[in-house]
Ligand binder design. Structure first.
Ligand code: C5P
Length: 224
């Protein structure tokens, strides 16, 4: 942690996809470059916070001035996050797989002659955002989630905010035409206690800057 409006504050950020192993060489995952989550971790660190970034497998470099914990599965991500608590603010930007593979094969699965189908049993993964946002003594003062949607953006995002118990939801349209996945730009709406704010189209770095500044304001208000 360094000088700045978030000096002395601790932040947890999740980023990237999770990989749910099917066997030693295959996995199930979501699309996620980690660009937005990593940019948020970097922006919070620039404002002086002590930031731990818990990231699934990504190709983007580790942000400067941030402690990075690399994980693979959703379960590993949850355990790593719980080890970081308590924090002042948590931003869950990871694209966590909703389902893990029930009985992960210890050896590479082989195709049997004539086999035309393969059935995998999936089990529900823990919801990291909902777990971190659950009421209790270790709850961060501010919990921010993301909602990547392809339709009914605000309706789904509002519902998600209520269901997961987070304070703010950053909603982004990830429909194919938007170029959000893997791209450098993002158009978001921020849903908080005071309603919905539409942000203009921005780079992911600018979304991160603006979000970090808003987080600093909110924590400062909270303390006074
Ligand atoms: O339900 P959905 O995955 O769309 O919710 C998105 C939000 O919830 C994101 O902030 C994501 O990081 C978080 N999430 C999570 N753990 C899960 C699923 C989603 O933290 N298992």
């Amino acid at each position: 942690s360094g000088p700045g409006p978030l000096a002395g504050r601790r932040a947890l950020v999740t980023s990237g996809p999770t990989h749910e192993a099917i066997d030693p060489v295959r996995y199930i995952a979501n699309h996620s470059s980690g660009k937005q989550g990593h940019a948020i971790a970097a922006a919070l660190a620039r404002l002086g916070a002590a930031v731990t970034l818990v990231s699934g497998p990504v190709r983007v470099p580790d942000p400067p001035g941030v402690t990075v914990v690399a994980v693979d599965s959703a379960r590993a991500m949850l355990a790593a996050c719980q080890a970081v608590l308590p924090v002042d603010v948590a931003v869950c930007a990871a694209a966590v797989a909703d389902w893990g593979v029930a009985d992960r094969a210890p050896q590479k699965l082989k195709k049997a002659p004539g086999q035309e189908t393969l059935t995998l049993t999936l089990t529900r993964n823990p919801d990291i955002l909902a777990t971190v946002a659950a009421p209790g003594p270790a709850r961060p003062r501010l919990v921010v989630g993301f909602a990547a949607e392809t339709e009914h953006l605000l309706e789904h995002a509002r519902e998600k905010r209520a269901r997961k118990g987070c304070d703010w939801i950053v909603a982004n349209d990830v429909g194919a035409a938007t170029g959000t996945f893997g791209g450098d730009r993002n158009t978001v709406h921020v849903i908080g206690t005071e309603g919905v704010e539409a942000w203009p189209p921005l780079t992911k770095a600018a979304v991160a800057e603006r979000l970090a500044a808003r987080i600093a304001e909110a924590l400062a208000e909270d303390a006074s």
